[in-house]
Design a protein. Structure first.
Length: 95
């Protein structure tokens, strides 16, 4: 039942893939992107923001961005906050 729902929702057979392949690809993508959960809060934490909250909001932003990309465009693209855009926050503070 789950496989049929996922197949119909994402048209996997039409794209030449299976539910198993997509699950493995998703886990691989998560493993490759998971560094952002450490890097982004680490950079933003230099500005004085609490690390715990930064980790949480980074994870939520990555999850929501990826789900929106999947559900609205039907593309297998994972999205996460980009850490280099935040470099201005901790480096522009007064020392």
């Amino acid at each position: 039942m789950f496989n049929n729902l996922i197949e119909r929702l994402f048209k996997l057979q039409q794209h030449g893939t299976t539910v198993k392949t997509e699950i493995i690809a998703g886990l691989t993508t998560f493993a490759a992107m998971s560094y952002i959960l450490v890097v982004n809060p680490g950079i933003l934490g230099l500005s004085g923001m609490p690390i715990e909250g930064l980790i949480t909001v980074t994870a939520i932003a990555a999850c929501l961005g990826t789900l929106l990309m999947a559900l609205m465009t039907n593309y297998p693209i994972a999205l996460a906050p980009v850490s280099y855009t935040h470099l201005t926050l901790p480096t522009n503070r007064e020392v």
